[in-house]
Each structure stands twice: as structure tokens, then as C-alpha cells.
Design a protein around this ligand. Structure first.
Ligand code: MG
Length: 381
């Protein structure tokens, strides 16, 4: 009965991972990434891990570590643990119901990943290859995100990554000097794949500032506008009529929190390129739906990632190995982010490429000792 999951225990670990750079939060700069890892073990000793990638503060989406932790320990873990042994599909149905009811995609993704990796470990198959019904390519290219660092340091940073074999650069931009820094990089590297991410920092009034990027041959501009809701954005776009001045493909990230959002954005022509992140979309089932939706409607997709441990990021490495993404993902060495990451192997590129781990489940081992080293709280049932 390999298909039946008979759960022995579920543990949530609240972690504080030391970072190698200053991370901006509402409370100022910190060098810690708080996160939650979920471990599910079955009665045969198989184990699956998932990560809930909500942040400490609600700057990216409304879900936070604290909200997620409380919901896990007060509700989800108890109710999951109380379920009788079932095939994976039954658990997935339950999770999808909670996802619809509570709209906590990152929390649900953490639980779902752990269940899928557990089930796929039992079956001896890789989770991403299994869920996406596809073979993975052997290696993926590196793609680096360069934060909003001082403009006179940008070219030095780009040069360092290009020398490491990076084939795609994404710059974080704001109305302050976003165009200028992007132009600087484009002038120095006329042929590199270049994209920008504004993280909703431009207002609708700044439409023509976004149009200035037209001449920089960008792969895309990610989340240019401070969108209140997709509905409001659709209305505003409609008001612009025939005079839409932006030629750069528009990529959406944080405004797409589910397949339904993506479907809406596609239907109303609001999106040219989709950034795919497992946590933000609510898990692998939603991710599979989103990628298939893009393929069906000929919308480009590519694989993003966040400041997250390799327990979550490794799935993005494998998704980038599906072989039909629009450009290299936001995927670069673990050592850029963390003093020590949580899996063996972690994420590392040689000459700009990484060999994709395709073992059973998550495909890599989770370092349990290291997990405990960084744990600041646990909850087990
Ligand atoms: Mg983004």
C-alpha cells in the first residue's frame, strides 16, 4: 500500500536563519531570516519536509511568520494529524479546501510540500518530475537578482556575476534611479538577458516613466505598478485605451496569489510573463495549474524564488529544469544568502550552471542537526 499515507508525527520548526546580508524589514535592517519548516513522518519512517516562506513582516503579502505559525499549531497540524490514513489525493483535497477558505498560500505550501515529498519518497520518485509529469533536464542556468544597492556599485556587482557565468541579471528598481541604473547595465552588456523588478514602486501617474524602459530591450519588467487589486488595475488599464505606451513585457509576481488570479490576469490581458513561486501560489498543485495555464494561453513563465532555504528553493531549481521557461530563474548560490543552508547538497553553480538533483521526494537530504541548530521553537503532534 505505497499510496496510503499513514502519518506518525507532524512537527513544525520555527527557525531563525543567519543571513549574509542586511535584510530590510519594517523594524529596520536585520541579519536573520525567520522561517517555518514542517516535517511529516509516516509509520514506516519515511519523512517529507516543507517550508512555509512567509516573512516576519507583511511587506510582500499579508501572510507573516507569526500568523502562519499560530494557524499551524492551533488548526492545520491538529486537523491533518486527526485524518485517517488516506492516499495523497485525499490530503491534497483537504488542503485545497483550506486554501480556498483561509487564503494562506505560503502556509499551505509548507504543509503540501511535506506531504508530497513524503508520498514521493515512498514511491521512490522525484516530486517535481512526478507532479509535473515530465523529465527534468540535467542542468539549469544561474540568474542573479541585484538589490537596490548604491548605483555606483551596480556595474561591479554585475561584472562579478557575469564572470561566474551568470546569463541573466535582474535589477531591483525604483522611480528614484531605476531607469538610470538599468541603462548603465544595458550599455555595458548590450547582449545579456536583462530584466527589472519594481516591486510595485511606481504609481499609475508614472506610466510614462515605465515607458522609458522601452528602449533597453528588457526580457520583462516585473510588478511595475502599485496595484490595489487586479480588478482595479484592469479598470485603469482599460481607461488608457489605445494609448498604452509600454512595450516591455509586463511580468506579475506578488499580485498573483493563486491560479484564479492568474486566470483573471490572462483573460483581461494584464500579464505577458508569469513569475512562478511555489510558496506564493499555495503549493505544487497550484504551481502545476499555473504553469499549465501559461502553456495553454501561450503566456511566458519563468521560475522566481525568495529569500528562502533550500528546502523550498530546491523545488524551484527542479521547476526551472522543466526546460520551457522564458529565462533563467532567480536561482543562484545558497552562499549568497545564508551562512549555512539546510540541505545536502545545497544550491550551488559551477561556471554558471547547476546540476539538478532528481532523487526521490525533494531530491536532496535535509540536514536535521543544522535544522535544530537554528530552531527557536517547535510544535509536534
Ligand atoms: Mg518580484
Amino acid at each position: 500500500m505505497r499510496d496510503i499515507l499513514n502519518i506518525r508525527s507532524i512537527t513544525a520548526y520555527r527557525l531563525a536563519l543567519p543571513l549574509r546580508f542586511d535584510f530590510k524589514t519594517a523594524k529596520g535592517l536585520v541579519r536573520i531570516r525567520e522561517t517555518i519548516v514542517i516535517r511529516i513522518e509516516d509509520i514506516d519512517g519515511y519523512v517529507g519536509y516543507g517550508e512555509c516562506v512567509a516573512f516576519t513582516d507583511p511587506f510582500y503579502t499579508a501572510e507573516t511568520v507569526e500568523i502562519s505559525w499560530n494557524k499551524l499549531v492551533e488548526d492545520y497540524i491538529f486537523n491533518l494529524r486527526a485524518m485517517r490514513p488516506y492516499p495523497l489525493e485525499n490530503y491534497m483535497r483537504q488542503l485545497q479546501m483550506w486554501l480556498k477558505r483561509d487564503a494562506m498560500p505560503m502556509t499551505m505550501a509548507g504543509l503540501e510540500n511535506a506531504l508530497i515529498h513524503l508520498s514521493c519518497s515512498r514511491k521512490g520518485v522525484n516530486s517535481i518530475a512526478h507532479i509535473m509529469k515530465a523529465d527534468l533536464v540535467n542542468t539549469i542556468p544561474m540568474g542573479v537578482v541585484i538589490g537596490d544597492i548604491p548605483i555606483d556599485e551596480v556595474l561591479v556587482a554585475v561584472q562579478r556575476y557575469v564572470e561566474q557565468g551568470c546569463e541573466r541579471i535582474k535589477l531591483k528598481v525604483t522611480p528614484r534611479d531605476g531607469y538610470e541604473r538599468t541603462k548603465l547595465v544595458r550599455s555595458a552588456y548590450p547582449h545579456i538577458d536583462l530584466a527589472v523588478d519594481a516591486n510595485q514602486s511606481y504609481t499609475y501617474d508614472q506610466l510614462h516613466d515605465i515607458a522609458r524602459y522601452n528602449d533597453l530591450s528588457l526580457k520583462c519588467i516585473e510588478e511595475p505598478f502599485a496595484i490595489g487589486s487586479l480588478e482595479e488595475y484592469r479598470q485603469w488599464r482599460a481607461e488608457q485605451g489605445e494609448h498604452w505606451p509600454i512595450k516591455t513585457p509586463i511580468c506579475l509576481d506578488e499580485s498573483i496569489l493563486s491560479c484564479d488570479d492568474l486566470s483573471y490576469a490572462i483573460e483581461h490581458g494584464l500579464i505577458d510573463v508569469a513569475n512562478i513561486k511555489v510558496g506564493r501560489l499555495g503549493g505544487l498543485m497550484q504551481t502545476q495549474g499555473a504553469i499549465n495555464l501559461c502553456r495553454e494561453h501561450r503566456i511566458h513563465y519563468w521560475i522566481g524564488s525568495m529569500v528562502e532555504s533550500s528546502i523550498s528553493k530546491m523545488m524551484h531549481v527542479q521547476l526551472a529544469a522543466l526546460g520551457d521557461s522564458y529565462m533563467a530563474g532567480d536561482l543562484s548560490d545558497s552562499s549568497r544568502y545564508f551562512e549555512r543552508d539546510l540541505t545536502d547538497p545545497d544550491i550551488s553553480f559551477v561556471d554558471g550552471r547547476m546540476t539538478v538533483p532528481t532523487g526521490a521526494g525533494l531530491g536532496v537530504s535535509v540536514l536535521e542537526d543544522r535544522l535544530l541548530d537554528y530552531t527557536i521553537g517547535t510544535w509536534t503532534l
